[in-house]
Design a binder for this molecule. Structure first.
Ligand code: NAP
Length: 256
């Protein structure tokens, strides 16, 4: 059974490992191509956008895809909307791995805002040292608050995007442990953090470190992300795929 995994996340990489030696499925992993050197994957991988809903629909049809798993990041809302529309149009089953959001714990000082622009405004007028734990496209919003000193951690250099004048880059790829995050924030004399509520364990240590150092976190809300059948883990995705296989008509299993 040919399947498509929309990836770019820890969960997608975990699912890729679960599928790697399973000859019941012929999976393709799709990455958007945002990072210059993505982690090697044990599955056939295609890189780059499909060209909107129409392009995704054409790709699903041309590749004879029988099921799609959306394992994209909680803030990647557009590709998920396209997956819902394309799978509906073709009656291809779609399931989505939904990562639970982080919950505020005792000692957390979160300022919740809806957009990167609102996060920039929430930093206030007094100059501060700000850690931006965001993607490169979200950094542009901080050009509107040039009074702060920013420290941005990204995997690759930001490329041609407008940036605040006083910004320093640290290029690194997580995960980072709690002790490393605490040392990073203290060494750089960070006064406030801007983060997405990504959920999951891989990037949580910075939130725990902020709590211990009593630093406020400006938390950008999650977008509305359309989804298919809701799953909570890569293992859940395997069970769902097995159920799709079991429900297929014998004729389609013979490829007739
Ligand atoms: P997005 O806003 O939802 O999607 C923008 C466009 O990028 C889509 O319309 C699609 O282009 C293309 N695209 C996105 N994900 C794709 C995939 N897995 N395979 C092929 N094309 C894809 O997405 P985004 O927020 O830019 O995220 C891009 C990728 O980075 C995703 O794979 C996501 O899981 C990963 N990621 C995102 C974040 C985040 O904070 N947004 C964080 C970590 C990882 P076409 O319309 O041309 O098909």
């Amino acid at each position: 059974m040919r399947i498509l995994i929309l990836g770019g996340t820890t969960e997608a990489s975990q699912l890729a490992r679960l599928l790697a030696d399973d000859n019941r499925f012929e999976p393709t992993l799709s990455l958007a191509g945002r990072t210059a050197s993505p982690k090697p994957q044990p599955l056939l991988t295609r890189i780059g956008g499909f060209g909107g809903v129409v392009g995704l629909e054409a790709w699903l049809r041309e590749n004879g895809i029988s099921a799609v798993i959306d394992a994209t990041h909680p803030y990647a809302a557009q590709i998920s909307a396209h997956a819902v529309d394309a799978c509906n149009a073709l009656s291809v089953p779609l399931a989505s791995i939904l990562r639970a959001a982080w919950r505020r714990a005792s000692g957390d000082e979160w300022i919740e805002v809806e957009t990167p622009a609102a996060a920039a405004a929430a930093l206030g007028s007094e100059p501060k040292r700000v850690f931006l734990s965001l993607g490169r496209l979200e950094l542009t919003a901080f050009a509107a608050a040039p009074q702060h000193h920013y420290i941005a951690r990204t995997i690759d250099p930001p490329g041609e995007v407008s940036l605040p004048p006083n910004i320093q880059f640290v290029h690194d790829r997580g995960p980072f442990d709690a002790a490393e995050e605490e040392a990073f924030l203290a060494d750089r004399r960070v006064a406030i953090i801007v983060s997405k509520n990504s959920g999951g364990a891989a990037t949580y240590p910075k939130i725990a470190a902020a709590r211990r150092l009593r630093l406020p976190v400006v938390m950008i809300d999650r977008p509305n992300k359309p989804h298919g059948v809701a799953l909570d883990s890569p293992e859940g995705a395997m069970h769902w795929l097995e159920a799709q296989l079991a429900h297929r008509a014998p004729s389609s299993r013979r490829g007739v």
